[in-house]
Design a protein around this ligand. Structure first.
Ligand SMILES: *Cc1c(COP(=O)(O)O)cnc(C)c1O
Length: 432
């Protein structure tokens, strides 16, 4: 490894990765080749034995010690190089990728929790994370306590009252309400409580950083232990492949690798490659452009008479705008409020819901620059109605308390010209 690697700025390092990767020697290529081999030639029984001995063994650092590849489900070079670059992006010691964001979330919590343990989770969550905690964890004997992680005293009270809490989990910005969690305050609260816990019973903090992306926010810098990502979204960036990643301390890497090997949710090298070659290197450029448009679109929506409320961390009206300015910062330390906007249409619950349907249907029929679809973080602008789409798993009577309004709409800004996005919104609002 070149000694001066760290002197380069993050944006450059996401394009070039490591100067020399232990995962693959491809000095004749500019672009890393896609690896497509499920198994690897081992040359001798001894080398095979060595490979099994070294896999997920903390004595053999896969960053500095060339891994002996055996079988794709254990370790593999394209994925390994993507993992190196995700570590760079988040400023983490280790990264392990997974087939999807949900596979990454279940692995991050899977290595931290066992039967009898308690998970503390923020009340507003990605729909499938909520479903994982409420439908599956009870079967595994894991209890989930939902709380408002913006209330730090309540968090501390829960942690002190239940010595079985082993992880605290949240998203910021939250999906879909775009409420923020104070990362440093949460990390500090948990660290304070950890001082009175035995070393093997420390509480870990886990943050889903999918919405913000590592370009706009790096939770580990604020003392958070683990970051999880859906690579399917902004990091992949083009909407072609699914993937997930965990980034965190080296000490959890062996367990994450073993979990991936045994539960089997590996990221295919053919899906790792686009994230490595197209996604991460263009993330800063895409995010900058999308945030510039998002600010314009948010300001347009905010002054529109049929819009009751716009939530965008870049607007001074965001209730936690100050917090956003503290923790949502790009690689150069500039304010980076993200590419997602949440807004509510005017009217009581029934009227707003009907308006929402007219609005969405008009966009689906007439708009070129805005597509009605779930997912986010693509080159295309996407709009969705969380109450009936992504958060349908959250029961209707729980939706409001979980921050999901019946008339709320989530907009993920793409790379189209901002004026076209605004034009399509204006036409749909006229009939809504
Ligand atoms: C999409 C998403 C996930 C799940 O990712 P998949 O790749 O779809 O499994 C998790 N958290 C957030 C915030 C997401 O947007």
């Amino acid at each position: 490894m070149a000694d001066n690697e760290r002197d380069y700025r993050l944006r450059t390092r996401l394009i070039h990765g490591k100067m020399v990767s232990t995962h693959w020697d491809y000095r004749d290529h500019i672009v890393p080749p896609i690896s497509a081999s499920t198994a690897y030639r081992l040359e001798s029984a001894e080398r095979g034995a060595e490979g099994f001995l070294e896999f997920a063994n903390p004595e053999f650092n896969r960053e500095t010690h060339p891994p002996i590849y055996i079988y794709d489900r254990l370790d593999e070079p394209s994925r390994g190089m993507l993992e190196e670059n995700l570590e760079i992006a988040e400023g983490g010691e280790a990264s392990v990728t997974f087939a999807t964001g949900m596979a990454a979330i279940s692995a991050a919590l899977g290595v931290l929790l066992k039967a009898g343990d308690t998970l503390v989770a923020h009340k507003t969550l990605y729909g499938c994370s909520y479903s994982l905690f409420t439908n599956w964890y009870p079967r595994l004997g894991i209890k989930t306590v939902f709380t408002d992680l913006t209330e730090l005293e309540a968090l501390e009270r829960i942690l002190r009252a239940d010595s079985n809490v082993m992880a605290v989990y949240g998203e910021t910005p939250c999906n879909p309400s775009l409420e923020l969690l104070d990362l440093k305050a949460i990390a500090d609260t948990v660290k304070q409580v950890n001082q009175s816990r035995p070393p093997r019973r420390l509480v870990f903090t886990v943050i889903d950083n999918t919405f913000a992306t590592p370009y706009c926010q790096r939770p580990l810098q604020f003392g958070i232990d683990l970051v999880v990502h859906s690579l399917t979204k902004n990091i992949g960036g083009f909407g072609t492949d699914m993937g997930g990643a965990v980034v965190g301390p080296k000490l959890l890497e062996p367990d994450l690798l073993l979990y991936r090997k045994d539960f089997g949710g590996v990221l295919s090298p053919k899906a790792a490659w686009p994230a490595l070659v197209y996604g991460l290197p263009t993330l800063p450029l895409r995010a900058r452009q999308q945030m510039e448009s998002a600010q314009k679109v948010a300001e347009f929506l905010e002054q529109h008479p049929k819009v009751k409320r716009v939530v965008y961390p870049g607007l001074a009206s965001h209730p936690q705008h100050e917090l956003a300015r503290r923790q949502m910062l790009d690689f150069d330390g500039e304010f980076a409020p993200g590419i997602l906007i949440y807004f509510l249409l005017e009217g009581g619950p029934d009227e707003a819901r009907q308006r929402g349907v007219r609005f969405i249907d008009h966009l689906a029929d007439e708009a070129l620059s805005i597509t009605l679809a779930v997912s986010l973080g693509q080159v295309r602008t996407l709009i969705e109605h969380p109450a009936s789409m992504t958060h349908a798993a959250v029961p209707a009577d729980r939706q409001l308390e979980a921050g999901i309004d019946p008339g709320g709409l989530r907009l993920s800004i793409g790379l189209e010209q901002a004026e076209d996005i605004i034009g399509d919104l204006e036409a749909a609002l006229a009939v809504a």
